[in-house]
Design a protein around this ligand. Structure first.
Ligand code: ADP
Ligand code: ZN
Length: 758
């Protein structure tokens, strides 16, 4: 019997093998020979004999007892392979834990442990008196297990709680408990205390949103919702109450996506507090073994709520009742390598396939979602105000144009000018605002979305700017490391003493980064307790957690950092948010530059004033009249969205048109240019042949960053009003476009619904 097998190789086709043991169910892992190697592949279904017939090879072994890829996940993988034009074997491999996907690696051993589990409830004290009589230790043991949720590991009972084995066996003898083996789940979160459950009464707005969600869950309607809730409106409570219904009352399961686990510890803690052990947290810091354990626990139904970043969309939970995407506007939901899927879009698909409710929540939804809420694909739910009658914080602009804000009144002695003002980093109003917070023992968040000390290094004499030798980007000076660093390829080099162009020794550090802000703030407020949170300070496994804990415990006065500090944090002690420079992303050559700026400003502003002490926001900008900044000042998503939708009409960008970015790269620029032209020509020819008018092509042209890691990059954009024809063009490129003889090192990437065009 022939079977069709997906293999993790970069060829857009599947392979046929002979199964000597008869049919193999779809989703089972098999080991097969493939060009001199052994590979793990997945059976997709019955095979068709094609050109391999005369050299057909056999499946060597079937590796699963039950399909490692359940049918609905297999369907999702097929969708991704098709929509994002990626070989299905590569899709499947990225959908499963490495332990199940890599040849040569055997799955980590399954570990079990012995637990004591209560089998009989004793609802009244009289009953307990009767059952236990004078066996006080047994009764205490019973009550400890009861308090821990009904089962506790035998070892833990004996070693930590002091109940000897005979005491435990006594419970068994009395017929109120049982000893049994249980799968052990290695879970590094087990040691992190979950916040105690907080029982809030839903506000009327939360209640109204919930009523609709619960009704949809009851009806098992595959209905996506967009939950537009201002910062601090209590979106998490809505998610939790929905899951209480879906998981507790209906007994179904759920997936919750968050932008990044490390940055959203509070959200995760609330779910753990509420649902305890049925939550599986998928953290990027998990080891392969821990990841595999979590996967198995979800597959078996032991953990019915999967929380994680984008890859959690592949959680093997059956009978889903809800799929939730928190902060749905986040770019991190899009994977930047093949398969280039967008987890938000997959969430809608996975919910639809299971008759589950899908909730996309944000204070600043992606315009794509916003337009879907208007064209009827999604239903719009709103939480228009903060909980407990708290106002959104007032936002003021500090106008950096013309440099006036830095001027001191004449005669001010230098020694009295704060370092941050002298260095033109924080305007005097912001310095005063921080000082007031320090006096009142309140906390401040400072945002600058640029890491390092200074973002470029320039010769004062001739204007030369140091660039990476491999990438066409300027090098960033990192003061702690005393190196110039490329943020694309991580190349680093010593700081130059002389300019290579003019030999002058007059080098200036330009463009303020977080390291420099930290120095200036520390110089200005020597008594303040400051932490910086950016990629450079958070390399350790629990680094984010440690910094955020210190904020929560009021051990820090000032938290400064990149966009990392703008995501969902809920610290009532933060009464001031300062944005050091709002314009960092505004001039990037990307059609989402304004949207990103609006989202970042609105989100970071939303960190202020979450407690009874209120709060305020100060934004330093040289573009105070820009509509993205003006709308952020008013926390007005609708105002921004309306204007931005207009801006995207000409030339047309999403959500008005769908986009695919086709990038060709190679080490020789002329060959890359030729290849881009040839690929574009082949598309134009195809469109012409089939008289397709719904797809248009722009380019080819060099990418905005035209060289990365030594490879030259050219691209062209495909725009379309309809998904179908655009998909057909992408498949044409994937299947038929060949770079041509002698150009094997050329690469083509087809990025559908790209989130970055750089
Ligand atoms: P969002 O994600 O919408 O910014 P959160 O879910 O973080 O908001 O909630 C903000 C704060 O409000 C949290 O501290 C939460 O405990 C609290 N909260 C949520 N709902 C209520 C409610 N109904 N009553 C009182 N406090 C609430
Ligand atoms: Zn580089």
């Amino acid at each position: 019997m022939l079977v069709e097998v997906a293999l993790p190789v970069p060829v857009p086709r599947t392979f046929t093998y002979l199964s000597e043991s008869g049919s193999i169910p779809p989703g089972m892992r098999v080991r097969v020979p493939f060009s001199g190697r052994k590979l793990i592949g997945w059976v997709l279904g019955p095979g068709v004999a094609g050109r391999e017939l005369n050299r057909l090879r056999s499946v060597e072994r079937v590796l699963d007892d039950e399909p490692s890829l359940p049918p609905d996940l297999l369907a999702l993988c097929r969708f991704i392979a098709d929509y994002y034009t990626t070989p299905i074997g590569l899709v499947v491999r990225s959908a499963l834990p490495a332990a199940l996907a890599d040849a040569g690696r055997s799955a980590p051993p399954v570990r079990t442990r012995r637990v004591l589990r209560i089998t009989r409830e004793l609802p009244s004290l009289q009953l307990r008196d009767r059952v236990f009589g004078r066996a006080a230790r047994q009764r205490a043991c019973y009550e400890s297990v009861e308090a821990a949720g009904g089962s506790v590991a035998v070892r833990r009972l004996a070693e930590e709680l002091g109940f000897s084995l005979p005491v435990q066996q006594g419970l068994v003898a009395r017929g109120v408990a049982r000893l049994e083996e249980e799968l052990e789940v290695r879970d590094p979160f087990a040691d992190i205390p979950a916040a105690g459950p907080v029982a809030h009464v839903p506000t009327p707005a939360q209640h109204a949103a919930l009523a609709e969600l619960v009704q949809a869950a009851e009806a098992r309607a595959a209905q996506p919702f967009l939950l537009l809730g201002v910062t601090g409106s209590g979106k998490t409570l809505v998610y939790i109450e929905l899951l209480r219904h879906v998981v507790r009352a209906q007994g179904r399961s759920a997936i919750v996506l968050v932008p990044e686990i490390a940055l959203t510890p509070q959200t995760v803690a609330r779910f753990r507090a509420e649902f305890g052990d049925v939550v599986a947290v998928l953290h990027s810091a998990l080891s392969d073994g821990e990841r595999f354990d979590a996967w198995r626990a979800r597959r078996s139904g032991a953990r019915r709520i999967a929380i994680g970043a984008r890859a959690a969309i592949f959680a093997p939970v059956q009978d889903r009742g809800a799929v939730i995407v928190d902060e749905e506007h986040e770019a991190s939901y899009k994977q930047s390598e093949a398969p280039r899927y967008h987890a938000r879009e997959l969430a809608v698909v996975r919910a639809a396939n299971a008759g589950a409710v899908c909730v996309l929540g944000s204070a600043t939804p992606a315009l794509e979602s916003w337009s879907n809420a208007h064209n009827g694909k999604y239903r719009l739910l709103e939480l228009p105000a903060r909980v407990a009658g708290r106002p959104l914080p007032p936002v003021e602009v500090v106008d950096l144009r013309g440099g006036k804000v830095w001027e001191q009144s004449p005669g001010t002695p230098d020694a009295l000018v704060p370092a941050a003002v002298r260095d033109r980093i924080l305007a005097p109003v912001l310095v005063r605002a921080i000082a007031a917070r320090l006096d009142r023992a309140e906390q401040t968040i400072l945002l600058l979305n640029r890491r390092g000390y200074s973002s470029f290094v320039q010769c004062r004499n001739c204007g030369h700017v140091w660039h990476c030798a491999e990438c066409n980007v300027s090098l960033t000076y990192h003061r702690a490391r005393r190196r110039l660093v490329c943020h694309y390829c991580c190349h680093d080099q010593p700081v130059p003493e002389r300019c290579p162009e003019c030999a002058a020794a007059d080098i200036s550090l330009r463009g303020v980064g977080t390291e420099q802000v930290e120095r200036a703030v520390a110089d200005t407020f020597p008594q303040a307790r400051i932490a910086r949170m950016d990629v450079d300070t958070t390399s350790g496994k629990w680094a984010h957690h440690q910094i955020l804990e210190r904020v929560a415990n009021r051990e820090l006065d000032i938290l400064l950092g990149t966009q990392m500090i703008a995501k969902g944090l809920d610290f009532p002690g933060v009464t001031l948010v300062g944005v050091v420079n709002a314009d960092v992303a505004m001039n990037l050559p990307d059609f989402r530059a304004s949207e990103r700026t609006f989202q970042l400003l609105t989100q970071v502003a939303g960190r202020a004033g979450r407690g009874p002490a209120g709060g305020e926001v100060l934004i330093q900008t040289a573009l105070p009249a820009h509509y993205a900044i003006r709308a952020a000042i008013r926390h007005d998503y609708r105002e921004f969205a309306t204007r931005e939708l207009e801006e995207r009409r000409g030339p047309a960008y999403p959500p008005h048109q769908r986009l695919a970015n086709v990038v060709l790269s190679g080490t020789a620029e002329p060959a890359v240019q030729d290849a881009a032209q040839a690929a574009a020509d082949s598309v134009l020819e195809l469109l012409d042949q089939h008289a397709v008018r719904t797809v248009t092509l722009t380019g080819p042209a060099p990418c905005p960053i035209d060289r990365i890691r030594g490879r030259w990059r050219w691209h062209f954009l495909l725009r379309s009003t309809a998904a179908g024809p655009l998909g057909a063009v992408c498949r044409h490129l994937q299947l038929r476009y060949e770079p041509g003889p002698g150009r094997a090192e050329l690469r083509m990437i087809v990025d559908r619904d790209p989130v970055s065009l750089l």
